[in-house]
Structure formats: C-alpha cells, structure tokens
Design a protein around this ligand. Structure first.
Ligand code: AMP
Length: 284
C-alpha cells in the first residue's frame, strides 16, 4: 500500500493505474476510521481495481467553536485499517497542500445545503463540496464512495457532480451500526458511558418512525412528533431536528402517499457531542 501526502505524486500513481486500464475508486474520509469507513473501502475494493482512501481533517467544514482541534487523529491505526481492507493508496495531505495561502476559489452548494444540517452548521457544506472537488481533482476517480450516514452530504455531492459535470460515479453505502443500533461515528468516542446508553435512542426513534410509516396511518408530521417525544423522553438528548423528508429534495414534511418513500433524519446533542442518524422508509 502506497502512502502519499503530495497531490502531484498521488496524481502520478493514479494516472499510471489508469494507463493500465484500471478502474479507480476513491473513499474520502477524515480518519479515525471505524467499520463504517471500512465498509466503503471494501465496496470500492469490490467494484474498482485501484482503491484510493483519503485521510484529511478538513478545517473548512468545521464552524468556529466546533471540534476541529480535538477531532481524533489516529493515523497509525487508520493506515492499518486501510491496509487490512485492501486500499492501494492512502492520500494524507497536509492542510497547506489542499489550501495554499493564496487559494481563493470555493465550491458553493445550492438549495440542498440550506436546510437541516445547513441551518445548524451554516457554511459546513461549502467546506465539504470544496474539499471533495479538490480530492476528486487530485485522485481523478471513476467512482467515489460515501456513507448514507451523512445523508444530506451524499445528496449535495451527487448534485455537485451533476452541476459541474464531473466524470465520477457516486456510490452511497448503507449505514454500519453498533450491535445496539447506534450508527458508527468517529465522534462516538467523545461519549461518556451514560451518554453512550442514551445515544441508542436515535436509532430507536428511527425504527419507530419506520414502523409507523409502514403500519399506521399517521402522517409525516405526526410521525416526526412521535420521534421528538421519544428522543426527549431520554432526558439527555437535546433534539435539533427530527423530520420526515423527501429523499431526493429534502423537502419536508412529505405527503403520505401509499408506497411513497421518505427519509427520517435526526440530529441531537448529547452533552458536548452532536450526533446525526437517518433511515429510509416507505409508507404503507
Ligand atoms: P468522515 O470520516 O466522518 O468524514 O466519514 C467519511 C465517510 O464515511 C463519509 O462518506 C461518511 O458518510 C462515511 N461513514 C461514516 N460513518 C459511517 C457509518 N456508520 N456507516 C457507513 N458510512 C459511514
């Protein structure tokens, strides 16, 4: 496995792979890798011949006061994880490789970035689209792999790829969960034991939303209210949103139509940690 921090070197390796006719897959991450990340690398391994994982804690997607400085940086174990899962190349750029002092250009997402996470974390998605565009420019992938865990993010990246006509296929992979249902996240390690027990309420509320969509006649607002009250009854979670939205446009509330699809999305704070989770569901 090659480990490279220079963009030009990465581009050379990728171009060499392409000259051999290999299909290139890219898995962008911020490190502190867990089984959610490994599942993306494994999927890329199945579908591509040359797999690039990027590890970069991107400063521009953190708001002032967020956890940029304390975000876990665990490069050694991340590299072991990448090697074990079959990455061919790991790109670990320094911040000034991606953001030279004289950089002026950013990628601004549109309407999809103005709701939900976009309201609570204004500017976050512009940081994401800007870095992902740069990572695509360096790694020139045929396909790139993202987690459904960050549902709004994968929609925004799909939109960016369409709008900028980038020749990359976006693949969204299922959420990997702990045994009790908590979605894996690099931020879960911030949770105290008590918070960790309360964190399971997110996936429980989503499961209840899914059940109500399939088995009741409640409309999407009533189901959202049910999610809110379940989350709040834990006494520890500060709910930021709990909605049923259109899985393509994120418009909400969605109309209940027989066989119609929706995505239930939750964000909540637990002490100083912010958790998000979601589940696709279908109305009966
Ligand atoms: P991050 O390192 O948190 O920026 O995440 C890198 C990629 O891994 C993103 O596409 C995430 O959506 C994805 N990811 C994070 N957690 C999970 C999970 N539990 N299951 C599947 N994918 C995940």
């Amino acid at each position: 496995m090659i480990v490279e921090d220079l963009p030009e070197q990465v581009r050379q390796h990728v171009r060499e792979a392409r000259r051999k006719g290999l299909r290139v897959g890219c898995v962008p991450t911020m490190g502190a890798l867990h089984q959610g990340h490994s599942s993306l690398i494994e999927r890329a391994r199945e579908e591509c011949d040359f797999v690039v994982t990027t590890i970069f804690v991107n400063p521009t997607q953190f708001l002032p006061g967020e956890d940029y400085t304390r975000y876990p940086r665990t490069l050694e174990s991340d590299l072991r994880c990448c090697a074990d899962t079959g990455a061919d190349l790991v790109f670990t750029p320094q911040t000034d490789h991606m953001y030279p002092d004289n950089a002026q250009t950013t990628v601004q997402p549109g309407k999809l970035a103005e709701v939900l996470e976009g309201v609570i974390r204004p500017g976050h998605f512009a940081g994401v689209t800007t870095i992902v565009a740069k990572l695509f420019a360096v790694t020139e992938p045929d396909a790139a792999y993202f987690g459904q865990k960050d549902f709004q993010q994968q929609l925004i990246i799909r939109q960016m790829v369409r709008d900028l006509k980038l020749p990359v296929e976006i693949v969204t992979c299922p959420i990997v969960r702990e045994l009790d249902g908590l979605a894996m996240s690099s931020r879960n390690r911030y949770l105290s034991a008590g918070e960790r027990s309360a964190a399971v309420e997110l996936s429980r509320a989503l499961a209840e939303a899914s059940r109500l969509a399939a088995e009741s006649t409640l409309d999407s607002l009533q189901i959202s209210e049910r999610m809110w009250s379940l989350l709040q009854s834990s006494g520890q979670l500060e709910v930021q949103y709990a909605v049923l939205a259109d899985p393509e446009t994120l418009e909400h509330p969605v109309q209940r139509t027989s066989g119609g699809r929706a995505v239930a999305l939750i964000a909540a704070r637990l002490g100083t940690t912010r958790l998000i989770d979601n589940e696709l569901l279908r109305f009966s």
